[in-house]
Design a protein around this ligand. Structure first.
Ligand code: ATP
Length: 235
């Protein structure tokens, strides 16, 4: 078996004295899409923050394609192939779509390639390239945030709640694009409240509860055995 793109071993993290990651073990195979599901407060966002270098763990190990990356800054992680689309998006509202994208070329990726990738996946952004990002719809802002993350040609993309505040139809469209991105060879770990939508494009699913992974496996199997935990009502 090849080395996983992401391997998390016995990861712990806390806010002050409250431990919210309590020994997380997670393995994402290279080229796979994995959905990370679970109830509010389970620790999913905290896990993404620790993996992406925004929050320091108290202990444990993180390997990216076999390389130990724990405690590296987000910029250093981007250089070794890990990029995040954070919850709540991250676009510069007072810059145009094109300016937002061109800013990503700082890391040595030619601006033309950044624009090509963005407009290839999201033709709507091409139509709106002269528009201020702050005036885009929520779905379009999410497209821009995803395009910015794709600019550095990541090996692993972390997606935190793509669906946040968006209409179900837009969420479905975004996940269709997630599937296309994965088909181009990018591995993806996504946190999602719309469990069924995320599972539709996922190869694997993991369920988090109380700061630990409590189930993992094929989407259908996880949905079957953990539906009460991951659906929790609507999704
Ligand atoms: P949600 O879907 O609600 O974001 P989650 O699974 O992503 O849930 P986290 O956001 O990681 O869960 O939160 C895990 C726990 O840590 C929760 O009890 C939350 O209240 C707490 N928590 C999160 N952020 C902070 C913070 N900045 N300071 C203190 N506690 C926090």
């Amino acid at each position: 078996m090849s080395v996983p793109i992401l391997e998390v071993v016995d990861l712990h993290a806390a806010y002050g004295r409250i431990e919210v990651l309590r020994g997380v073990d997670l393995s994402v195979p290279k080229g796979a899409v994995m959905a990370l599901l679970g109830p509010n407060g389970a620790g999913k966002s905290t896990l993404i923050q620790v993996i992406s270098g925004q929050k320091k763990p108290t202990s444990g190990d993180i390997h990216l394609a076999g390389v130990h990356v724990q405690r590296q800054a987000p910029e250093a992680l981007a250089r070794v192939g890990l990029c995040t689309v954070p919850e709540g998006r991250s676009v510069f509202p007072n810059l145009t779509v094109e300016e937002n994208l061109r800013l990503m070329s700082y890391a040595g990726v030619p601006a033309a390639a950044v624009l090509d990738t963005a407009f290839g996946y999201f033709p709507k952004l091409h139509q709106r390239r002269g528009q201020l990002a702050g005036t885009l719809s929520g779905g379009e802002q999410q497209m821009l945030a995803m395009s910015r993350a794709l600019a550095s040609d990541p090996a692993l993309l972390l997606l935190d709640e793509l669906s946040m505040g968006l209409a179900p139809l837009i969420v479905e469209e975004l996940y269709d694009t997630v599937a296309q991105i994965a088909a181009s060879g990018v591995s993806i770990l996504c946190i999602e409240q719309f469990a069924r939508t995320a599972l539709r494009v996922s190869d694997y699913a993991a369920v988090m509860s109380g700061g630990r992974i409590v189930a993992s496996g094929e989407p259908a199997e996880v949905l079957n055995t953990m539906s009460d935990v991951i659906l929790g009502g609507a999704a």
